[in-house]
Design a protein. Sequence first.
Length: 158
Amino acid sequence: MQDAMLSTPSYRQIQELQPVHGQYLLILQHDHSPEAQHLADQFAACSILLASSGTFSDELKDQLQQAHAGLHAVVCGDEIFLWQMAQNLVAQGLMQDEIELVQIQPELKKVYCVHCGETQTTTAEEFCSCEHCGVYLLIRSHFSQRLGAYMGVCANPD
């Protein structure tokens, strides 16, 4: 992939996160990774939600309804999960500055094909074929927070 652009997302390192003042909500995609375990230990006194739980949606809704101003959410998972949760949390009233994203499993990414308007999940770093229209795509480092995806453009316009 090309060099990072201003739109390329950056994620917090686990070592950088320390609960300080205020209310925290820790949202884990999985609880079996070392990173998730470390965060769970670090934020043990805070509310912790596990996305793989069957009652996750209801628990998240309850937590957000009971929250006071100044709630900080720490979300840990793969990039696709992070941006789905970030969009969900912003829609529920949190500000982007109140959300910390910790990426694990960096091999998965979502790519938006500018030719057909569809998105797909891939492990590719630089190139992939669009699953929907078949165009061979160059995966740009340009990232859309709204879509939670990298831009894929035709790699060989000739």
